[in-house]
Design a protein around this ligand. Structure first.
Ligand SMILES: [Zn+2]
Ligand SMILES: [Zn+2]
Length: 338
């Protein structure tokens, strides 16, 4: 089969490899679609740790082709989405139910072979059934949506609140829609790109700010005096983090969601956090949210089609990941058989 593998830092290649065989408890899944994530760029650049060599791709859906011994809930022909994050179940974090913080976490497409291939192995416990009628491309959004749902759970948005979403990529666009569904009254998307600001207004944002044209903090505070209840940092940029803290109202929350390169530091003012009681919380991965995300995608609750910028085959992926994302791009989806 064809697979796109990270062979070393900044070295990604389309290669021919043996189709994996399902071991006990495994599903062999024919990949229908796999989303390209910002994390894949970080992984390729060595800014986020991975196994080497490894097939990347953690946002996939597909059809079960074959099952290993002992599999009871799935059979060939069934459609699934895979939760890529495999927790060990016995470390201190797992025993507290904090599965995303597992000390021995193994992720499909990070530490073991993922969905940028024609087939992927998925342990039965990581699979969630999907309706046969659902467009495959939508299935590629379940994993990022599951992560966003965790971000929303951490933020605890309640109806009537004000929310700033920092970053206009696919995560920002999903967060805008989720904030609207959660009942936020004011939803401000902050992003430099005009196309993204326009799209955000059409799918749920009430306002947008161009941080390259305005002082984003001042502009935000003009829209929402005193700051916003919730800041969702989805850009992974140091300045965005600092600005986000300044955008939160006293008593508000800043959710750290974007991936900054490991090792990057940002100055913070403890006095400001103290006297304004700012809650700063990380939201990492998708603990217990994959099922909710697949239910939302299946139900068609969110605008997905307008977030798909392009679909590509495996052959075009190495170049696509080596180059910076094209202007205005929201999401690229890989169709391994296309
Ligand atoms: Zn991702
Ligand atoms: Zn664990």
């Amino acid at each position: 089969m064809k697979a796109v593998r990270k062979l070393a830092t900044n070295r990604l290649e389309l290669v021919e490899v043996a189709t994996p065989r399902p071991g006990p408890g495994d599903l062999l899944v024919r990949v229908e679609a796999c989303g390209v994530c910002g994390s894949d760029r970080h992984m390729l650049a060595g800014e986020y740790p991975t196994a080497v060599p490894v097939t990347l791709g953690h946002e996939f859906c597909g059809t079960v082709e074959e099952v290993g011994a002992g599999v009871t809930r799935f059979s060939p022909g069934m459609r699934i989405t895979g939760d890529p994050n495999i927790a060990c179940g016995h470390c201190p974090a797992c025993r507290l139910g904090r599965v995303n913080l597992c000390e021995n976490l193994v992720a499909i497409g990070v530490q073991r072979d993922g969905g940028f291939a024609q087939y992927v192995l998925v342990p039965e416990g990581q699979a969630y059934g999907l309706a046969a009628s659902m467009p495959a491309i939508h299935g590629a959004f379940i994993e990022p949506l599951a992560c966003c749902l965790h971000g929303l759970d951490v933020a605890r948005i309640v109806p009537g609140q004000s929310v700033a979403v920092l970053g206009g990529g696919v995560i920002g666009m999903l967060m805008v829609q989720l904030a609207r569904l959660a009942g936020a009254a004011v939803i401000v998307l902050v992003t430099r790109q005009a196309e993204r600001r326009t799209l955000a207004l059409e799918i749920g944002a009430t306002h947008t700010i161009d941080p390259s044209a305005h002082d984003a903090v001042a502009a935000l505070r003009a829209l929402s005096p005193g700051g916003v209840d919730v800041v969702l940092e989805c850009a992974g940029v140091p300045e965005t983090f600092s600005g986000g803290v300044a955008m939160a109202r006293s008593g508000g929350v800043v959710v750290v969601f974007g991936v900054t390169p490991q090792g990057v530091q940002v100055p913070v003012m403890p006095f400001d956090i103290l006297v304004r009681e700012i809650r700063i919380e990380g939201a990492y991965l998708n603990p217990h949210t994959h099922g909710r995300a697949s239910a939302m995608i299946e139900a068609g609750t969110l605008e997905i089609d307008r977030l798909v910028s392009r679909t590509i085959g495996l052959d075009a992926l190495p170049d696509a990941l080596a180059a910076p994302p094209p202007r205005g791009e929201i999401k690229t989806v890989v169709l391994p058989w296309g």
